[in-house]
Design a protein around this ligand. Structure first.
Ligand code: PEP
Length: 248
């Protein structure tokens, strides 16, 4: 049985005051049985780590460098994130792919750094609307997943979490139907099963794309949807926790 994981991607939102308010509110309420994880912007990671020190809520970074260390002004390494105390790193989010031209090869290099730092990469895959309309969804997500499957060892793959995020559903209010999402999740799991059946049975596949309290339960009850990657709704403690409860 895979424990559900509900992760909140705060993107470039927040302030110290907002982080305090949001996390204190989350802590004041009963925790769901699903594992919760938040991805604050870099400047607030330390603050979040302190505030969540005694809780079960995990903390991740939204990205990291593909380099180990050195003359890479503005970059943050996986090693530094491990040193700080985060547990997860989000990689290949569609906004990184779109605004920073991140390729599948780059995402693979970053995943290797994250794994070398003993952190868990949460790797996003997903098609655009044009790709879905052209019937290319499986082809696109396969292309995004393949470098990881081909280049990482089985031991490394065991630590990877995959988030299926149809680009057309992120921040748009449009959500994949539970059936559409399930179909892609089942396909992704079948791809992993070709490498190793046991790995496929254990791997977590999260759905992301306008998941809200009112649509979460129907998505999260699908057999291959192991949790959610939540953007907008993760900035509201009540909504985020309601999604966590919907995962139970
Ligand atoms: C995201 O940022 O990964 C995301 C899924 O955002 P939203 O929930 O707002 O669509």
């Amino acid at each position: 049985m895979r424990q559900k994981l509900v992760a909140g991607n705060w993107k470039m939102h927040g302030s110290q005051q907002m982080v305090k308010h949001l996390l204190e509110k989350m802590l004041s309420q009963q925790a769901p049985s699903a594992k919760l994880l938040v991805f604050p912007p870099y400047p607030y990671l330390s603050q979040a780590i302190q505030l969540l020190a005694k809780s079960e809520i995990g903390i991740g970074a939204q990205d990291c460098s593909q380099a180990d260390e050195g003359a890479y002004t503005g970059e943050v390494s996986a090693k530094m994130l491990a040193d700080l105390g985060v547990s997860h790193v989000l990689l290949g989010h569609s906004e990184r792919r779109q605004y920073h031209a991140e390729t599948d090869a780059l995402v693979l290099e970053k995943a290797k750094r994250v794994l070398a730092a003993d952190l868990i990469p949460v790797v996003c895959v997903g098609e655009t609307l044009a790709q879905r309309e052209a019937g290319e969804t499986n082809k696109v997500v396969l292309q995004q997943l393949t470098p990881l499957i081909e280049k990482l060892t089985l031991a490394q793959l065991q630590k990877v979490v995959v988030a299926y995020e149809p680009v057309w559903a992120i921040g748009t209010g449009l959500t994949a139907t539970p059936e559409q999402a399930q179909e892609v999740h089942a396909f992704l799991r079948s791809v992993v099963a070709k490498v190793d059946k046991e790995l496929a049975a254990k791997m977590l596949f999260l759905y992301g794309g306008s998941m809200k309290p009112d649509n979460a339960a129907s998505l999260l009850k699908m057999p291959d949807i192991d949790g959610g990657l939540i953007g907008g709704a993760s900035l509201d403690a009540d909504q985020f926790l309601a999604i966590g409860k919907a995962a139970e």
